[in-house]
Design a protein around this ligand. Sequence first.
Ligand SMILES: CC(C)(COP(=O)(O)OP(=O)(O)OC[C@H]1O[C@@H](n2cnc3c(N)ncnc32)[C@H](O)[C@@H]1OP(=O)(O)O)[C@@H](O)C(=O)NCCC(=O)NCCS
Length: 396
Amino acid sequence: MLEMRNVTADEFVHWLRAESRAHGNRLAHDPEELRPHFDLERSIAVFENGDIVGGAHSHRLEMSIPGGSTVVAGVSNVEVQPTHRRRGVMTMMMRRQINDVHERGEPFAALFATESIIYGRFGYGVGSVHEQWTLERQHNGYARPQDSPGRIVFVEPADIMTELPEVFRRSTVDRPAVFQRAMHHWEQDSRAPEHRQGGSGGLFYAAYESDGRVDGYVTYRTRRPSLVVNELMAATKEANAALWRFCFDMDLIERTEAIKRPVDDPMPWLLADPRRLQRATRDGLWVRVVDARAALELRSYLASDRVVLEVRDDLCPWNDGRFELATSLSGATCRATGASPDVIVAVSALAPAYMGAASFSTLAQAGLVEECTPGALLRADRMFAVQYRPWTPYNF
Ligand SMILES: CC(C)(COP(=O)(O)OP(=O)(O)OC[C@H]1O[C@@H](n2cnc3c(N)ncnc32)[C@H](O)[C@@H]1OP(=O)(O)O)[C@@H](O)C(=O)NCCC(=O)NCCS
């Protein structure tokens, strides 16, 4: 007999241990350090005879969306014990979690998936995409000389909190699907004693300073013969060009790799020989539109228009219906309607369209969206267009 409920404070360590085990790990962190960052009212555990056989959690977070930001349930710690898989335990938890998120009035849930096959069935869709790069040293020249009057300085881990969080913020303004890095994560990184910073292959921080201001930074590791860019944030074009140049020109390095870049990153446009940049794309954040009506009113739109969307959602009856969305450059209204639809969209496809990861037209070509009124796809594309493509550099 399975019982599903929140975990209690006494069960917290047991619950964490179960999660680690499900991922094939032993506990890697001191549970007491993690405890303050969990809200047990947002936890779920499935018990069988007192043993935890599955668990999940969500953090209340702020995520950027086109034109602003919103509260989102950041789903984490999803696990089912290897002894209890493929019996519907995760399905129970996901249904309950989506209902809880709705009851709390949070319009979205979002997560990073260990496997991309898992969450589409629960109405999640790809909300951001990123690229992995590899560039050989002999092909990393810029097409034109870049004017970067500033200088690059190393930043000690102890000092990263002074400037870098603000650079992260400035560099991601106007980009959807971003979570600002939690201050306790910056703190954790800044507090790590030197012998815990990785030794060979440890992380280095370097910043670009100009006129006394920090406009960019890179965090990288050396894995000879590669330099691996963990994160590069630039708030100005000068910082961007200078920081990549710094990485590209490092001695004893034959290639530069980057683990997670936006699909519309400007760097490839700097290169003289851009075909040499090897790019591999993969799904980033998975987003679940939990309250379609509220969500549609929250973002901004790039065209004034009116469209009736019919959302298909098996799990959330409040989403399953027609919504008249009226947009202008100053805001949007969305209300339930009985009018005939212009576009029919599966809820899992609403997420990429909403976030700007894919257009309605592309999704229609994949059979996830249906155009009922001729021309409606193009109109919807214009409304939902984004200046910058969604990117999720920080995994909460
Ligand atoms: C992924 C995981 C949570 C699934 O739990 P589960 O209880 O076995 O899932 P369910 O039994 O509810 O499965 C629901 C459906 O998803 C499918 N499914 C679940 N996990 C899958 C996987 N890894 N690959 C392919 N299909 C999967 C099931 O076959 C089932 O399909 P159906 O509805 O067509 O029958 C569990 O395998 C697990 O803990 N894995 C290790 C940790 C992990 O990856 N966690 C996810 C973190 S994002």
